[in-house]
Design a protein around this ligand. Sequence first.
Ligand code: HSE
Length: 329
Amino acid sequence: MINIAIFGFGAVGKGVAEVLHYKKELIEGFIGKYKVVAITDSKGSLIDEKGLNLMEAIKIKKNKGFSGMKTLEVIEKVDFDVAIEVTPTNVHSGEPGLKHIVKSMDKGANVITSNKGPLVKAFKKLERLAEKKGVSFMYEATVGGAMPIIKLAKNDLAGNEIRVIKGVLNGTCNYILTRMEREKMTYSQVLSEAQELKIAEADPSYDVEGIDSAAKLVILANSIMRMDASFEDVEITGITKITPESFEVAGNKNYTIRLIAEANKEKGFLKVSPRLVPHHHPLAIEGTMNAALIRTDLAGDIVVMGKGAGKYETASAIVSDLIEIYRRD
Ligand code: HSE
């Protein structure tokens, strides 16, 4: 029996709980029996070592909220095999996720996370700690939501050197740019619309200033390109200065404008900036989609695209990590 703890019960945590509930039979077919023994949020927790009723947990969160033990105490006192860490991101401190991950690994639990902050802040430290403790550290959901990229690079492109990654890694910006181009709307008119889609970060300046894209780029550079990058290495320009007129000028030459994140190992740079992209280029995607072009030595160019955010999309990546850790066949 696999005992799961979920830390963070916002959209992503609830999405994971729903998937673990509704797809239990399918998932258990891959990994064997599991139960969720703890769920925490910033206010408290729900604990049941026999296994929580996940739909009931969602109702409790909605109606009266959690109380009691906080996450760090839960990590100390409850027995679990795998932590799913999905608390909100802070790319500067990495907290509170960083402590949750370190403490969980310290007690010998595997960790799956969608939280970019801890990886941006301390990727190497976390990777070394996981190795020392003999636990798995999985983070597919940190970049590109449902779009497969980290396991794709590590597994299917194993043996390749990844030289360049160029991508659209922020759905909120891509949505804003798409609407500005199509409807000739201004940046500020579209921002509130993008926030209503509920894929924007709690602080939307993370999206539009390019911070979220830069954080994802640092994770890709460190985890699949082995570049030893830190957030400060990324040259960042957001989308706040782009006007509807910029699209007219670009469109006359058959280009659009997209916020492109590029990690280039050959030329040694990391950069997030609005760039001209030919209309028929694979990175000229529309709406909230993400896309990435991965340039390798053996396989040439590989392009992936998919939904970069959303509760079930992110849960898709988290559940695939869970299956990867415990898969029996
Ligand atoms: N705010 C992010 C985006 C969510 O818009 O892509 C996924 O990290």
